[in-house]
Design a protein around this ligand. Structure first.
Ligand SMILES: [Zn+2]
Length: 415
């Protein structure tokens, strides 16, 4: 009898839902292109993972409930072209250290995953990993440079050194860092040949990885030839809207070889950067239906302090060109995640890691600049409101997760 009473008491004391979640974000508009969700949903998180996505989840089902009505809830943004390392021994980037730390640029911008684009070659990679990658709250992957010394000042001789492409040494480092290295990068090649791209593809074949190409100089070799004859399905051409890339045919529409390349599975990435985004290319391509596969920043000191600024700003530019919001989110989440071989990221699915961006879309009159001083006007601007990394709120612009300080029984330091 006592046992039965105790059981009844317990059943009454603990409601079925009692705080079965750590956090629930309620009343947001979920956009998850990978899983075809574009609707108001409540999203619950437990143990760092997405635990439920429902039309309604009661606030008292979680230890903490946050109302995000009027905001969008998307997968944490994925930026596959950043520069967050400068090797101390081998690199100097000419004009000083142009790399930036990942966390202060990713976290307040809704970005939960980045891939460094070839800042490091095999020589400095262990240091990059120990000093930066293993100490970032942002999830960091890397394309490793085909050049052993990695990126130096782009006008420097190091990235032009065809004798510093040691595939044995490179492959050994890739083997030791399989969990981090997602591709091979070649960049800034100034010579009238495809030596660096071909070597990168050879390294890619050997290690079963995609290649990301920054084409470099257009005046002495054919971009079309590279896209048609060297790149493999899954390889990524970054800086897609960099002048003078021959993307347009005589009719001002996407050139047929670009359409063919897309059909073959070549990926075209924005890589805005400090010199690689022009509306003169972006607008006619986008207006004619050729959206970029992925939107990335080419983040470094120069671009972060210029018209690139940050990933939501670049996303807003693409939005201003007429790409629908859900497509812009696709190009900043599941598409780049899939390009780097991590299709499990960039989605809001039960069981997946709770990497989330909460975004506000402001309506008004906005202007967006390209790198030639050109401008387009837009009526929308994407503004990050919250970032959640593996279930933890790491950025919260309007203090939605805090409590009024007088009511909070907060423990302030006494000394
Ligand atoms: Zn770059």
């Amino acid at each position: 009898m006592l046992r039965i009473l105790a059981a009844i008491f317990l059943a009454c004391a603990i409601p079925a839902h009692a705080q079965q979640y750590d956090l629930v974000l309620r009343n947001g508009h979920v956009i998850d292109p990978k899983n075809n969700i574009d609707a108001q949903r409540d999203v619950a998180i437990r143990d760092g993972k997405i635990a439920a996505i429902e039309p309604s989840i009661p606030a008292n089902a979680a230890k903490q409930s946050v109302d995000i009505f009027g905001l969008y809830l998307t997968p944490g943004l994925v930026d596959i072209h950043v520069h967050i390392f400068t090797g101390l021994r081998h690199n100097a980037w000419g004009n000083g250290d142009l790399s930036v730390p990942a966390d202060p640029f990713a976290i307040p911008n809704g970005v939960t995953t980045v891939a460094d684009a070839g800042s490091s070659g095999w020589r400095d990679f262990p240091e990059f990993r120990r000093r930066i990658i293993d100490n970032s709250r942002t999830r960091v992957f890397a394309f490793i440079n085909i050049i052993g010394s990695g990126m130096v000042n782009e006008d420097d001789v190091a990235e032009q050194n065809e004798h510093d492409m040691d595939l044995d040494a490179l492959s050994k480092i890739i083997e030791q860092n399989k969990d981090i290295i997602v591709g091979i990068k070649t960049a800034h090649w100034q010579q009238p040949n495809f030596i660096s791209v071909k070597k990168a593809v050879e390294a890619g074949n050997r290690n079963h990885l995609p290649v990301m190409v920054d084409f470099g100089w257009f005046d002495n070799k054919s971009y079309k030839e590279m896209v048609e004859t060297i790149l493999r399905p899954g390889d990524i051409s970054t800086h897609v809207f960099r002048m003078p890339a021959p993307l347009l045919g005589p009719d001002g529409k996407p050139a047929p070889y670009m359409l063919d390349a897309r059909k073959r599975g070549i990926k075209f990435d924005v890589g805005h950067g400090g010199g690689s985004f022009t509306f003169a290319l972006a607008e006619p391509m986008v207006v004619n239906g050729f959206f970029p596969d992925s939107i990335s920043t080419d983040l470094h000191v120069g671009s972060a302090t210029g018209v690139m600024l940050n990933l939501p700003n670049v996303m807003s530019k693409i939005l201003a060109l007429g790409v629908p919001l859900a497509e812009v989110i696709r190009e900043s989440t599941t598409n780049p995640a899939t390009e780097i071989g991590h299709p499990e990221l960039g989605q809001i699915a039960v069981g997946s890691v709770a990497d989330i961006a909460v975004l506000r879309v402001d309506h008004g009159n906005f202007g967006y600049a390209d790198l030639a001083g050109g401008k387009v006007n837009g009526t929308e601007r994407i503004v990050p409101e919250m970032t959640i990394r593996a279930g933890r709120v790491v950025f919260d612009l309007n203090a939605r997760t805090a409590v009024p300080w007088r009511e909070g029984h907060l423990k302030y330091a006494t000394r």
